[in-house]
Design a protein around this ligand. Structure first.
Ligand SMILES: NC(=O)c1ccc[n+]([C@@H]2O[C@H](COP(=O)([O-])OP(=O)(O)OC[C@H]3O[C@@H](n4cnc5c(N)ncnc54)[C@H](O)[C@@H]3O)[C@@H](O)[C@H]2O)c1
Length: 254
């Protein structure tokens, strides 16, 4: 099946690698026009070129003015934005009392305020046209806690709050706002997490073994869910969060 996103113009953050890159690939395959954003300029340039010379802006999503400029540039390049995919995010992992003020703000500024900056810049156009879709890439950390990963779950819980708030505010304006919550995904973030253990190979094996299917997700599998949520195939899915964790979250530990 192709062409599921024909005619859609998508503003996608964190597109240089990992889940964002896979989302860009999948949306492109389905006919969407994409405008990519990432703060890693070198990697974004390389990825945008590999994806077929897609337009892009090097910007930090925490910088509201830079994002407002990027949204304006996207509007002028790929046409009025129909969908925003807030994918860029950072892991900030500490124990609560060891979290510095700077680290607290870094987690919240990028994972929550960054998504809001993109929504805030794109929403007036969507409201004016009476149509639009926003998808926030949350995490299973929006529901459950791994000790020692503070304040990342605080931020991802807040991202769900942002999702629901915007969904209800603008449901009457033809706009849907949803979240997608991946569990463990095979990306650099996960590799960095395993590398933080004394025996990274053992940590990786343990992660795989705790999953009901004995493996974690590929970025492509998360991208397939993202395509569905921004497509016209789910017009009545709003203020929702789709969990894509291979069933890990309902596994009962006896
Ligand atoms: N990998 C996982 O296991 C996993 C699980 C659940 C949720 N997630 C979420 O999925 C999203 C993507 O994760 P990933 O694993 O692909 O990450 P990644 O680190 O592989 O890629 C993230 C991209 O976002 C960019 N980015 C980070 N902060 C930015 C900022 N302030 N402004 C602009 N760009 C920025 C990075 O440069 C990078 O290219 C994140 O929101 C993450 O929290 C990931």
């Amino acid at each position: 099946m192709a062409g599921r996103l024909d005619g859609k113009s998508i503003f996608l953050t964190g597109a240089a690698q990992g889940i964002g890159y896979a989302i860009a690939e999948a949306c492109g395959r389905e006919g969407a026009k994409l405008f990519l954003v990432d703060r890693d300029g070198a990697l974004l340039r390389e990825s945008a070129s590999r994806l077929g010379n897609l337009p892009f802006a090097v910007a930090d999503i925490a910088d509201a003015a830079a994002i407002a400029d990027a949204v304006q540039e996207a509007d002028g390049t790929i046409g009025p934005i129909n969908a925003v995919i807030n994918n860029a995010g950072v892991n900030v992992f500490h124990t609560p009392l060891e979290t510095s003020e700077d680290e607290w703000y870094r987690a919240l500024d990028v994972n929550v305020k960054g998504a809001w900056n993109c929504c805030k810049a794109a929403l007036p156009g969507m409201i004016g046209r009476g149509a639009g879709v926003i998808l926030n890439i949350a995490s299973t950390h929006a529901f459950t806690i791994i000790r020692g990963t503070f304040p990342y779950p605080v931020a991802k819980h807040a991202l769900l709050g942002l999702t629901k708030s915007l969904a209800l505010e603008y449901a009457g304006k033809g706009i849907r706002v949803n979240a997608l919550a991946p569990g463990y995904v095979e990306t650099q973030k996960s590799i960095d997490w395993w590398n933080s253990f004394p025996d990274p190979a053992a940590a990786r094996a343990e992660t795989m073994a705790m999953h009901p299917g004995g493996r974690i997700a590929t970025p492509q599998e998360i991208a397939m869910a993202a395509v569905f949520l921004i497509s016209d195939e789910c017009p009545f899915i709003n203020a929702a969060c789709l969990i894509a964790d291979g069933g890990l979250g309902v596994l009962h530990h006896a």
